[in-house]
Write a protein that binds this ligand. Structure first.
Ligand SMILES: CC(C)(COP(=O)(O)OP(=O)(O)OC[C@H]1O[C@@H](n2cnc3c(N)ncnc32)[C@H](O)[C@@H]1OP(=O)(O)O)[C@@H](O)C(=O)NCCC(=O)NCCS
Length: 183
């Protein structure tokens, strides 16, 4: 499958919000309570995306990327400095989602590699992320990429407490090669 991993553009907030709403429903149906999913609409998410894209323009540590298949956004990711100042890792992936029809063909690996490359270029050595504890498919993906599970906590999502666990890569340089190995 041909696809391009590229930086998201400032004017793509609505398309990103729409893709995220679809990807959330595909990923979390049965994993998160229905009211949480119902509140994740493109209309609600577009404001958050405008914020992410503005931060990307002014803070060079921040990066939003998309997987582009024939001019359609089929996946996206975001990374930057950790949201929590107590984090034990230097950089954080805050999102990585593929539309269901495009999973399992290597695009997720390429997106993780691209984000790791960006963080390495920003002078960071390690990376972490938080994943819903019961999202076993995503956890298997992170383990396939060499992430180590280190501890859990609860996060509030749309007012609901959800158990999440951390995955950490101590050697970002190694993960940064994941983006090119399979191309
Ligand atoms: C998790 C996700 C990003 C992975 O992306 P992907 O494009 O499907 O994964 P890839 O095809 O790049 O797979 C990369 C590696 O992970 C492994 N992998 C992927 N999904 C896996 C699974 N469910 N079980 C076991 N291994 C898995 C693959 O076998 C592959 O290893 P290989 O290259 O050695 O064969 C994608 O499936 C997705 O968006 N899922 C729904 C959203 C989600 O849960 N996001 C994470 C939120 S924290």
């Amino acid at each position: 499958m041909t696809y391009l991993i590229r930086r998201a553009e400032a004017e793509e907030a609505f398309e990103l919000a729409d893709t995220q709403a679809l990807a959330w429903r595909e990923t979390y149906r049965g994993l998160l309570p229905a009211p949480v999913l119902e509140r994740m609409t493109a209309e609600r998410l577009v404001g958050q995306w405008r914020g992410h894209l503005r931060r990307q323009a002014s803070d060079h540590d921040e990066l939003c990327i998309v997987a582009d298949h024939h001019d359609e956004i089929v996946g996206f990711g975001a990374c930057g400095r950790p949201r929590d100042s107590r984090a034990t890792f230097d950089g954080e992936v805050t999102m990585v989602y593929m539309r269901a029809a495009y999973q399992g063909v290597g695009i997720g690996r390429a997106m993780m590699g691209a984000m790791a490359q960006h963080l390495v270029r920003r002078g960071l050595f390690s990376m972490g992320l938080w994943v819903v504890r019961d999202n076993v498919r995503a956890r298997a993906f992170y383990e396939a990429l060499g992430g180590r599970c280190e501890g859990g906590r609860e996060e509030r999502m749309q007012g609901t407490a959800v158990p999440v666990v951390a995955y950490i890569w101590q050697d970002l340089a190694q993960l940064s090669r994941a983006g090119t190995e399979h191309e």
